[in-house]
Design a protein around this ligand. Structure first.
Ligand code: BG6
Length: 428
């Protein structure tokens, strides 16, 4: 037992399942031999174990097309933890996760593979002598979302223990359809199999502490809220810039581009949290309702090349920290005729009582000069009757910059007097 872990307070190690009421759970990851499982999902599960947030009775089943023996899958995940975990390896906890981990191979459109998965889970329940919640995490290319969901339905797994606290859950990551029509089609398939409270359409930005902090900053500090409107704010600028390129994800990325990969999901969540009205409570439905109102108030974009609201671009080759890097067109997996953008910027008009006339400029791109996600609120300038030098108005607009990553914090740009005989203004 590592010295930093108190066994008495660590039910996961002791095999109890009382912590925070987390019920016995089987997590099935579809796409288990893929990159996301190794880099993010399994390390996140291990870190939950370290934080004492896993249920005592917990099983993880990796599902993938490639045939992989259970022990080989565990070894792959050992390597994943060593390389990608935020927390240092804690052998006791990892061993406990590992013991309860297995791999199930099959095609996503093969109903027999889902029937045998269901049998495997039934057997785990039998051995345990208790029912378990099933959580299905779909981490596959979008082309197989629908067959997976349909097979979860026809094998009976979607409906297992439904209407109890152990109702199955399904977690779906973006891209959620390609356009309105395909998103509606996907929803139809999901809602034909799962009831809405079983469905989690996730956006990992919402898991970031700094993003969650936006609601607290806005609605627990009374100094900001009175100014948070068209009377005092000139514009809002939201930037999600990455310094990395597309790396080995060219095949996926080229079907998405910056608009579908970053803007419609992560960046729009930041827009909604910045612009929304206070929700009536912090329950998920109330927050969602306020976000929906903001999104509904966004005016259709003008797409004209000159004077429109949207700019798209892509990176070419260049230097990063002095090292040459490829342009997007030369990256692995990018078709020759690709016209996918790696940068998108747009001007949004939110036509509601609070924001009419205040532009929201949003932008996101890969291979930018530095990695930075931030929200800048630019306030209106005060009247220019004082502190002018000749005809030059020397007072900066106050700006509040909320930094989401990599550095977290809030900066406020203010004007103050430069020490000296003359009254001269500087902004800090
Ligand atoms: C993902 C995108 O959703 O978010 C990636 O698919 C992007 O292209 C990533 O790099 C950015 O996430 P984060 O947490 O590093 O800002």
């Amino acid at each position: 037992m590592s010295p930093d872990i108190d066994e008495a307070r660590h039910p996961f190690l002791k095999g109890l399942s009382k912590h925070r009421g987390a019920p016995p759970t089987v997590v099935v990851i579809f796409g288990a031999s893929g990159d996301l499982t190794a880099r993010k999902l399994v390390p996140a599960i291990f870190n939950l174990g370290v934080d004492n947030l896993l249920p005592g009775e917990f099983h993880l089943i990796g599902f993938g097309r490639k045939p992989i023996a259970d022990e080989d899958f565990r070894v792959m995940m050992d390597e994943a933890i060593a390389e990608h975990s935020r927390r240092p390896l804690n052998k006791e906890i990892w061993e406990r996760v590992r013991q309860n981990m297995s791999y199930h191979s099959g095609g996503y459109d093969e109903s027999a593979a889902f029937d045998s998965l269901a049998e495997k889970i039934n057997q785990i329940e039998k051995d345990l002598g208790r029912d378990m919640q099933r959580m299905f995490y779909i981490s596959t290319p979008p082309s197989v979302f629908e067959p997976i969901i349909e097979n979860l339905g026809s094998s009976g797994m979607a409906q297992a223990h439904v209407h109890t606290k152990l109702a199955s859950k399904v977690v779906i990551e973006k891209p959620f359809g390609r356009d309105l029509e395909s998103a509606r089609e996907l929803n139809k398939v999901i809602n034909g199999v799962f009831e809405e409270p079983q469905v989690y359409r996730i956006d990992h930005y919402l898991g970031k502490e700094t993003v969650q902090d936006l609601l607290v900053q806005r609605f627990s500090n009374s100094i900001f809220e009175p100014l948070w409107n068209r009377e005092y704010i000139d514009c809002v600028q939201i930037t999600v810039a990455e310094s990395l390129g597309v790396g080995s994800r060219g095949g996926y990325y080229d079907t998405s581009g910056a608009l579908r990969d970053m803007i419609q999901n992560h960046t729009m969540q930041l827009v909604a949290l910045t612009a929304m009205e206070p929700p009536v409570s912090l329950d998920p439905e109330s927050i969602r309702d306020e976000k929906v109102k903001v999104i509904k108030a966004i005016q259709p974009l003008k797409l004209d090349v000159d004077g429109g609201d949207v700019v798209r671009a892509r990176y070419t080759n260049g230097l990063v920290k002095g090292e040459p890097v490829k342009g997007y067109a030369e990256e692995q997996g990018i078709p020759e005729d690709s016209s996918t953008e790696t940068y998108a910027a747009m001007r949004l008009a939110i036509n509601n009582w609070r924001w009419q006339g205040v532009p929201f400029y949003i932008r996101s791109g890969k291979r930018m000069a530095r990695r930075a996600s931030e929200i800048a609120i630019q306030f209106k300038r005060p009247p220019g009757i004082l502190f002018s030098e000749g005809d030059k108005f020397n007072v900066a607009a106050n700006t509040m910059v909320i930094s989401i990553q990599p550095d977290e914090g809030v900066t406020i740009v203010m004007n103050s007097k430069i020490p000296g005989l003359e009254t001269r203004v500087r902004n800090l």
